[in-house]
Design a protein around this ligand. Structure first.
Ligand SMILES: [Zn+2]
Length: 268
């Protein structure tokens, strides 16, 4: 093969590779923003002073125009203080094949010292998105980095599009609650989540992201503690995860002991 022909072939392969990366990136033209909880489902734990449902909604409403400005079509699972069942949230996300689903939550724990930001994903395809959003949010927040985790939350497991759930700090921690109550901090959270979405790596390149990634702990995290699970969430949880949880709990009992004290109240 002549040098010129070799160059031409390499050029073609390069162009095809680039095109596939671009199409993989441009495939996700819609962002479905899911503000956690709403209506009678306040989120968090009983007696919590800063209501999670209000914080999640405000960050979601702030995130919307940032993403629209970046060129995305944005769909909200809720934009007011209403209860939306988890199944409906998932159905909304799944009705947009070109969507990325981003769930916004805040954490809570019985131990007020529990703090930090953590990000969850379930499907392997969602791992790089979770890592990208997490590093952006952690980079812009004064909170501890609790890492990227894999867990079978209903909204992550049932979605057919890349899906991530961000826990933007503990509202039961006095310091983090104070931050969350600040308008400029919620704006910052929205900006960082948007940055993580926009700067994500190519999500379709599944083979490029292995379970050995140092940034992503992909071991399935069992649901550790149901004491603070909201009644409505507990119902969803039992219906869809009982068998899986039993299995996960028996195999991961050892690793759960250290974390049991400050486990999230989330069950979705
Ligand atoms: Zn929540």
């Amino acid at each position: 093969m002549s040098v010129r022909l070799t160059r031409y072939v390499l050029y073609c392969f390069g162009a095809i590779a680039l095109a596939s990366t671009v199409s993989a990136q441009s495939r996700f033209t819609t962002i479905v923003i899911d503000a956690g909880h709403g209506g009678f489902d306040q989120g968090g734990i009983p007696g919590q002073r800063v209501l999670e449902k209000n914080m999640t909604l405000d960050v979601a409403l702030k995130l919307k125009p940032i993403l629209e400005k970046a060129g995305y079509k944005v769909i909200m699972t809720r934009s007011t203080d209403v209860f939306v069942p988890l199944g409906t949230r998932v159905a909304i996300a799944n009705s947009y094949p070109n969507a990325i689903f981003v769930c916004i939550h805040f954490n809570s724990a019985s131990r007020s010292g529990a703090s930090g930001i953590e990000t969850y994903f379930y499907s392997t395809e969602s791992a790089p998105l979770a890592a990208s959003i997490h590093s952006a949010v952690v980079g812009g927040a004064p909170s501890e980095n609790r890492g990227v985790r894999r867990r079978g939350y209903f909204v992550l497991r049932r979605t057919t599009v890349p899906a991530v759930l961000v826990e933007c700090g503990f509202l039961t921690n006095p310091g983090e609650a104070q931050y969350a109550l600040t308008n400029s901090y919620r704006q910052k959270l929205a900006q960082e989540i948007a940055r993580g979405i926009v700067n994500r790596p190519a999500l379709a390149a599944r083979t490029a992201y292995t379970n050995r990634s140092s940034q992503v702990d992909v071991g399935l995290q069992p649901f550790l503690d149901q004491r603070f699970v909201h009644e409505s969430k507990a119902r969803h949880h039992r219906r869809h995860t009982t068998s899986k949880r039993k299995k996960a709990t028996s195999t991961e009992k050892k690793s759960s002991s250290t974390e049991k004290k400050e486990v999230s109240s989330e069950a979705q």
